[in-house]
Design a protein around this ligand. Sequence first.
Ligand SMILES: Cc1cc2nc3c(=O)[nH]c(=O)nc-3n(C[C@H](O)[C@H](O)[C@H](O)COP(=O)(O)O)c2cc1C
Length: 217
Amino acid sequence: MSAVHFDFTTLPARDRYKLLVSVVVPRPIALVTTVDAQGRANAAPFSFFNVVSDDPPLLVLGIGGREPRRDGHKDTVRNIGETGEFVVNLVDEPLMEQMNICAIDFPPDVDELAAAGLTPIASARVRPPGLEKSPVRLECRKYMSIPVGPEWRTLLIGEVLAMSVRDGIVSPDTLHVDPDAFSPVGRLHGGGWYLRLTDRMRMDRVTGLDGDASSRA
Ligand SMILES: Cc1cc2nc3c(=O)[nH]c(=O)nc-3n(C[C@H](O)[C@H](O)[C@H](O)COP(=O)(O)O)c2cc1C
């Protein structure tokens, strides 16, 4: 079968971005809340985001650099560098417009929660607040921060210390999540495209030769 081939070792960064964010879809959105050393709150969305381990429970954020007019880092990276803590607020449809406001490049001293009209809610294990409106909040401690590339990019690995889930989404007994009660949006390619979780399919895991169809990854 013929195919169009792209050599990523010679392709300009802008084109690599365009291709990658269009094919690795949908991506979940982490609306990350942090505080700086003075306790001022910040919120920003990131779709270079996923969970990457359950033991230890780790998630990763891919955070780009900023024009070097400040220190080259986005406020989220700078704040996590100062405090070592953050909260990932998962984003559903009612939260989208405010999530979009949080993506504006506000100066570091602007409280983005107030700018977006978002109500903070105290976290149990970390200093940064979560967002009351978010259906699921993951309280995280910095596990590792890896600088990548020439332009202040950072892979931020966080360890999940606690999770808060809005009532009615998860059964405390079975830990089953009701997919009709939890509807996170997914990020698609550029041009402002997103996806709803309205069309699901299921397939049973094939049993291995040893008869073990593990439900873990
Ligand atoms: C849906 C969405 C996803 C985004 N994903 C990322 C991302 O994965 N990495 C990134 O560096 N910026 C991403 N951005 C842009 C940041 O949110 C934006 O640069 C923000 O101003 C950073 O804020 P901060 O300086 O307060 O950390 C995304 C924006 C939107 C709207």
